[in-house]
Design a protein around this ligand. Structure first.
Ligand code: R5P
Length: 320
């Protein structure tokens, strides 16, 4: 079998290193340089004929990290790698995935085009903002869910399903919340969220529940400014939720998100390491779970031409 090689961009080196530890591999050697005018350059070790995986979440600084991924792909293509898989634990620009008004871009499609045109043969992504973004790529996409990692954490913490209400903070996350409710037990509640602007949301009603006296576990794909989660938490608290915990695959924490979360009636915020966290490591409410073994196992299976869905096959279902 062709040799497996993993390289990392500079967006999340600790995650790439953990993936390599899981796979018992050395991270491929890649020297980056930023020229005085801001342009990136890189030089990698020999990849001729290899099965190459490039790990790079396109998290903030989004444009730099995306460009670095494209440059890495181009480098490997020109160095005659046999196959290149872009491993994108967090796919930025995903929320602009349709024209919901005139004269606006569809950046998710544009970025998919750029990655494909640069020379990626496959993509391995995790919790894309919308599952249909897979179809924006004209190469195979393997789509992982961090849901099982989050479920495992909450299942250990909260043993009694009767105590729980599983909350979707908006209509877009209903399917995700239903999945968690199946695995954790508990009733389902949906927040009626209206987005007023990039940083402003309005939450007025809760559908389902009950919420009063319950431990609310709210699941979203990402926390960006924290507006959605903090608004939903205020509403849940006003309706009598006993505790409020949040599980999100991607902790983007843009702008004042961490300050907002510190003040919000949220007991804990559980995110994965799809995006590196530096400043907030000591944040008292934030818990980080690693997805290194999930990504590592997926890389192993892709390399060995095995099924990816098998990774999720053993997840127990409660109250189904
Ligand atoms: C929305 O559709 C997403 O699922 C998230 O709820 C949203 O993008 C989070 O953004 P923010 O934290 O800025 O409210």
């Amino acid at each position: 079998m062709r040799e497996l090689k993993i390289f990392s961009g500079r967006a999340n080196l600790p995650l790439s290193q953990k993936i390599c530890e899981f796979l018992n591999l050395d991270l491929g050697s890649c020297k980056f340089q930023t020229f005085p005018d801001g342009e990136f350059h890189c030089k990698i070790e020999d990849v001729r004929g290899r099965d190459v995986f490039l790990v790079q979440p396109t998290c903030p600084p989004v444009n730099d990290n995306l460009m670095e991924l494209l440059i890495l792909i181009d480098t490997c293509r020109r160095a005659s790698a046999e196959r290149i898989t872009a491993v994108i634990p967090y796919f930025g620009y995903a929320r602009q995935d349709r024209k919901d008004e005139g004269r606006v871009p569809i950046t998710a499609k544009l970025v998919a085009n750029l990655i494909t045109r640069a020379g990626a043969d496959r993509v391995l992504a995790m919790d894309l903002h919308a599952a249909q973004i897979q179809g924006f790529f004209d190469v195979p996409v393997d789509h992982l869910y961090a849901g099982a990692v989050l479920t495992g954490y909450f299942r250990n913490k909260f043993k009694n399903p009767d105590d729980l209400v599983i909350v979707s903070p908006d209509e877009g996350s209903i399917k995700r919340a239903v999945g968690h409710a199946k695995r954790l037990g508990g009733k389902l509640a949906i927040i009626d969220k209206r987005r007023l602007g990039a940083e402003t949301t309005k939450q007025e009603n809760i559908i389902g529940g009950p919420v009063e006296g319950k431990i609310a576990l709210m699941f979203d794909d990402m926390i960006s400014t924290g507006g959605s989660i903090c608004g939903a938490a205020e509403l849940l608290k006003s309706k009598g939720a006993r505790e409020i915990h949040v599980g999100a695959s991607h902790g983007v924490f843009a702008g004042q998100a961490l300050e907002k979360l510190a003040k919000a009636p949220v007991d804990s915020v559980v995110v994965t390491d799809s995006i590196p966290l530096a400043a907030e490591i000591d944040h008292p409410k934030i818990v980080r779970l690693t997805v290194a073994s999930l990504l590592g196992e997926a890389i192993r299976r892709i390399h060995q031409h095995k099924s990816i869905s098998g990774i999720f096959a053993d997840e127990p279902i409660v109250n189904s």
